[in-house]
Design a binder for this molecule. Structure first.
Ligand SMILES: Cc1cc2nc3c(=O)[nH]c(=O)nc-3n(C[C@H](O)[C@H](O)[C@H](O)COP(=O)(O)O)c2cc1C
Length: 213
């Protein structure tokens, strides 16, 4: 097993080198361009992103799904009582990482997390299948539970409570938006000479630089 890991190695050959003079000034544009390539090449779960938050000084990471991207930032949906939300309520700083294996690309994003409007949360919640909406009511996300049965019983209880009526959004469930101040676009290249292009928001405008791989 450890032998297999030790010797695991591939050369990244897929992309042409990144020429920073040909890249857009706005990192959101570059993100959207890369995202489109991910969709066109049918990358699995292209919207899966690793969200890292801080509990005191301990970084904590997990995958969430990107559900909206607008000019302000990257939105995901979750339980507002969950650990990740308590963490960003205390310290707004957070980061995202996308890894699109088939494209040999990674994007890292850093910024501050804020809540989206109730309307955005309602709109997205109501677009979800009923089973997921019931699950949002039934699951006290991040809390210890005794057994799987506890959740299954909670699901039955919620079904009875709504009794065929429309399952609306619980107050403790909704969207968060990471508003970026930093992007790093990484693209694999041969012999580990990868491209890394950083965009940083400095006094309201995006500044670009290249990092060594
Ligand atoms: C592919 C994938 C997608 C996920 N998407 C979400 C999501 O959009 N929202 C969410 O709350 N949890 C999502 N999860 C579960 C989280 O990774 C995590 O287990 C959960 O949110 C609890 O995290 P927390 O206790 O740190 O708050 C996803 C997990 C995976 C593997």
């Amino acid at each position: 097993m450890s032998d297999n890991i030790y010797n695991q190695r591939i050369d990244y050959l897929k992309n042409d080198f990144l020429d920073e003079n040909k890249l857009p000034d706005n990192p959101f544009e570059l993100f959207k361009g890369w995202y489109k390539v991910a969709l066109d090449q049918v990358v699995k779960d292209p919207n899966a992103m690793i969200l890292s938050t801080l509990k005191d000084d301990m970084p904590r990471s997990r995958v969430v799904l990107l559900k909206n991207l607008d000019e302000k930032g990257f939105t995901y949906f979750t339980n507002y009582n969950s650990a990740k939300v308590q963490e960003t309520n205390t310290n707004q700083n957070a980061s995202l990482a996308f890894f699109w294996r088939d494209l040999e690309r990674q994007i890292r994003i850093e910024g501050k997390v804020e809540k989206v409007t109730e309307k955005e949360s309602d709109d997205y919640f109501m677009s979800r299948p009923e089973g997921s909406r019931i699950g949002a009511w039934a699951s006290p996300q991040s809390k210890e539970i005794k057994s799987r049965k506890e959740i299954e019983d909670a699901v039955e209880e919620i079904k009875n409570k709504f009794d065929g009526k429309e399952v609306t959004r619980p107050e403790n469930w909704g969207g968060l938006r990471l508003v970026p101040s930093y992007f790093e676009f990484w693209q694999g290249a041969s012999s580990r000479l990868h491209d890394r292009i950083v965009y940083e928001l400095i006094e309201g405008s995006w500044k670009r630089k290249r990092l060594a791989p």
